[in-house]
Design a protein around this ligand. Structure first.
Ligand code: FE2
Length: 322
């Protein structure tokens, strides 16, 4: 079972109370790399509106959604339905579709041009009505939560409390709204081959699917389920946070195994710092991580590489499906 952390005191005026939460975060992320985050202060209504808007959006006609299909090199808009991965066995693969958003700068913001669109702007469907507002409210709430966690991690690492959050002034953070349709035709086949991976970003805040499906690698080489827990986000750290911490905090392998007989919806927020941030171990920290994980990386180039991999995967999956 993953640790459950009450973060209500992360915004306390009392430093000792903030430190106590930071210690709990540090302990959890030094070991499992994943935890349930509770008492985060985000109203349930904000979460419910985003979930309702997501369900209504994915139920819209395919042709309408494709009007906002993601373009190559851009990480915004609609990702039409495609296989999640290729199965070595003969089971029909899990399918998913997505809608991607991030910061919402004005199109004339120089950062939009300088970052080749990685910083935005967003694209928004006309329908369902209220979609943009629901998703913007969700973005604002979860960005604030992510910033609070960044302050907590800095405190745990005995750094200035703002050293990490200061790298997120015009962040390349992004959200994936994900829908996996049920796959009753795959019943009776062997399980999907699942793509275990570590996240490349700093922090991932997941509003988990009600039907489960997330699995986290364990220290003994196995996998454990991370089922949804009422009132909690599932939060993990990615490679950037591991690097900043000198390897003390762990970016852990995980995978998604969608149940075949149920529809699955989830929302992932991926915290990525400003474009020109060079991520490297924070000064003064012992560096214990693997050398390849501790090597400096440029946040914008790292995300561009990720989007290029996504572009190739997208093409590959569509070719194999056609
Ligand atoms: Fe992931």
């Amino acid at each position: 079972m993953l640790p459950v952390i009450d973060i209500s005191n992360l915004s306390s005026a009392n430093l000792d109370e903030r430190r106590a939460v930071a210690r709990a975060l540090g302990d959890a992320y030094s070991e499992a790399g994943f935890a349930y985050i509770r008492d985060h202060g985000i109203p349930q209504a904000v979460l419910a509106r985003a979930q309702d808007a997501m369900r209504a959006y994915f139920a819209r006609p395919e042709g309408e959604k494709r009007l906002l299909a993601r373009r190559e090199g851009v990480y915004r808009g609609y990702v039409p339905i495609m296989p999640f991965g290729r199965n070595a066995n003969d089971a029909p693969p899990a399918l998913y579709e997505a809608f991607l958003m991030g910061a919402d700068p004005h199109p004339d913001d120089p950062e939009v041009h300088a970052t080749k669109g990685l910083y935005g702007p967003n694209v928004w469907p006309d329908e369902p009505s209220g979609f943009r507002q629901a998703m913007t409210d969700y973005w604002n709430a979860v960005s604030t939560l992510s910033d609070a966690l960044l302050r907590g991690f800095a405190l745990f690492l005995d750094q200035d409390e703002t050293v990490l959050v200061d790298k997120f002034r015009k962040p390349l953070s992004n959200i994936s709204f994900l829908y996996y349709p049920s796959r009753p035709d795959a019943a009776g086949h062997p399980p999907d081959d699942m793509n275990g991976h570590r996240d490349t970003n700093a922090i991932t805040v997941l509003l988990p699917s009600e039907v489960g499906g997330l699995e986290v690698a364990t220290a003994d080489g196995g996998w454990m389920e991370a089922p949804p827990k009422p009132g909690c986000f599932v939060v993990n750290i990615g490679n950037m946070m591991e690097c900043w911490s000198g390897g003390r905090l762990k970016s852990t392998y995980h995978r998604v195994h969608p149940p075949r007989d149920k529809e699955r919806y989830s929302i992932g927020f991926f915290a990525v710092p400003d474009h020109d941030t060079v991520v490297e171990p924070l000064p003064g920290l012992p560096v214990t991580g693997a050398p390849e994980d501790m090597a400096p990386r440029h946040a914008g180039h790292d995300l561009a590489d990720f989007v290029a991999v996504f572009d190739n995967h997208d093409k590959d999956m569509r070719d194999s499906a056609s």
